[in-house]
Design a protein around this ligand. Structure first.
Ligand SMILES: [Zn+2]
Length: 412
């Protein structure tokens, strides 16, 4: 049985030569034109930029993190303040991630001594990587019932179950929420990945049951929430195919593709090609934790509607800003050649940073560790990705996405 659609999704145009499509995703807090970039706001904040400054950039949606908000300030406090929307002042479409990724990054990532989750999971938050070496010993215990873990803030013992994660997200009040899942690392073998996937499927059924039970509950900040299912299965073809089929059969408002996408960009493309065609065509598809410019073309061409990634904002804070041109469309402002460069970051950009400031000034702010740098650079990178997504949507409407892709990456 399908869940009642809290989310309406209308596909405007299917591109003739690829799986790309444009659409409109209508949530309780507004419409998202897809394909769309969802900015990462882990702690109900896009790092360095206040919510009121996000709308003028054309940002359509943000994704916050259940794990971090549960630990601080806690879902009760946020619910009392009107849910994430009332609490943060961001009144647009909002998602919350389930905390499954944190189970992975604090558990298996540590077990495997990986310590560089970012290269395996491009969306990894650097704070989580720090937490791995925080000396709490084994931080996570996985059982059929859920995951027990120690808080990275005060070391207290906590428990996430598929049901409790739904209750927490009901209180946080995002428009789109996700069930608890177990993310595996590319270092896990096929047998472990399969077992984790089966557990994720059982958790998905429990999450949906809990979600329905709480549907229409009075006093929740956002009575119109949608629940997405998450496809797992690592970089194994048979597992991804099975997971896509099983999660689709359970029936969710939309579908997210999570977990390890393998070790290379080719692996990611394969995972998408195994997965996306097996998801219901009329429901939205979200790719978790991907958002490098080149990945974004690959995902959209394979039928992804929304994706989130910390990379554009994290890169910005490190001095890496997007510029149209060159092999990877980016420059690092630390480079001495920008010391007296009076041009804006990108002469074609219409953002306030490019309107008002030179590369030389921004480089100075960065090297002097002036706080305004983080805001100015983040604003530029967000605006750059948002404009690129608008260009991609226009290209799909005209059936010329491949030409736009070649325009951006002639060698691809
Ligand atoms: Zn700019």
């Amino acid at each position: 049985m399908e869940t009642a659609n809290a989310l309406s999704f209308v596909i405007d145009h299917h591109e003739r030569t690829s799986a790309a499509r444009t659409g409109r995703l209508a949530t309780a807090h507004g419409v998202v034109r897809t394909p769309a970039f969802v900015a990462v706001a882990t702690r109900a904040s896009v790092k360095a930029v206040e919510p009121a400054a996000l709308r003028p950039l054309g940002l359509q949606a943000v994704i916050a993190n259940t794990y971090h908000l549960h630990l601080r300030p806690g879902e009760e406090a946020i619910a009392r303040l009107g849910g994430l929307h009332g609490f943060s002042g961001w009144d647009g479409p909002t998602m919350t991630d389930s905390g499954g990724f944190q189970v992975f990054s604090l558990g298996a990532g540590k077990e495997h001594g990986v310590g560089k989750v970012a290269s395996i999971f491009p969306g990894a938050d650097p704070d989580e990587r720090r937490a791995q070496s925080g000396g709490h010993g084994s931080l996570v215990r996985l059982r059929e019932d859920g995951a027990a873990f120690r808080s990275i803030i005060d070391g207290s013992l906590r428990q996430f179950t598929p049901e409790s994660v739904i209750t927490i997200q009901r209180m946080l009040g995002a428009d789109i929420i996700l069930p608890l899942d177990e993310c595996t690392s590319p270092l896990h073998d096929r047998a472990y990945t399969a077992a984790a996937m089966e557990r994720t499927h059982r958790w998905a059924r429990r999450a949906l049951a809990a979600f329905r039970l709480l549907d229409g509950e009075p006093g929740v900040p956002n009575p119109r929430q949608a629940l997405y299912g998450i496809v797992q299965g690592g970089a194994y073809e048979a597992l991804r195919i099975r997971s896509a089929a099983e999660i689709s059969a359970i029936g969710f408002d939309g579908y997210a593709i999570g977990g390890s996408l393998g070790r290379s960009k080719d692996d990611m493309r394969c995972v998408l090609e195994w997965t996306v065609p097996r998801l219901p065509d009329d429901r939205p598809r979200h790719l978790l934790g991907i958002g490098e410019i080149e990945d974004l073309f690959a995902a959209v061409e394979r039928g992804i509607d929304t994706f989130d990634c910390a990379a554009p904002t994290r890169c910005a804070r490190n001095g890496t800003v997007f510029v149209r041109g060159g092999e990877r469309h980016r420059i690092n402002l630390r480079n001495a050649r920008f010391r007296t460069d009076d041009r804006p970051i990108d002469p074609d950009c219409d953002c306030p940073t490019c309107r008002d400031h030179s590369r030389a000034y921004l480089r100075h702010l960065l090297t002097a560790r002036e706080l305004s740098f983080y805001r100015l650079a983040t604003i530029h990178n967000l605006r750059f990705i948002i404009r690129l997504m608008a260009e991609i949507r226009a290209a799909i409407e005209q059936d010329r996405l491949a030409a736009l892709h070649r325009d951006w990456f002639p060698a691809a």
